[in-house]
Ligand binder design. Structure first.
Ligand SMILES: [Zn+2]
Length: 98
């Protein structure tokens, strides 16, 4: 029996390359591989062309991705650590502890 599924065209489901959790694209961090240079870029607006891979906005997933090269594998390209760190830094929730 076919499973009736509601599709939300605005928020397709993507999978985190590190922990494999599925989540709406809008909740994940996108990385895109530039089709020309094959450089992997952080894509905060999720608009860049080219192949994309996703991570949860979660420090554990960034660590895992760095350690296991999950994004490199997902994108079949070398992901510079700098790019990951930049994205992680920007997505970290500021913690204004007194
Ligand atoms: Zn994850």
């Amino acid at each position: 029996m076919p499973e009736p599924r509601k599709r939300s065209p605005r928020s397709p489901i993507r999978r985190c390359a590190a922990c494999r959790r599925a989540a709406p694209k809008s909740e994940l961090i996108r990385f895109a591989r530039d089709p020309q240079t094959l450089q992997v870029l952080w894509d905060p607006e999720q608009k860049l062309p080219g192949r994309g891979a996703y991570l949860c906005p979660n420090p554990a997933c960034f660590r895992l991705a760095l350690k296991r090269h999950s994004l490199d594998r997902a994108l079949k390209a070398k992901v510079e650590e700098r790019v990951l760190r930049e994205a992680q830094h920007a997505t970290e929730t500021p913690n204004p502890s007194p």
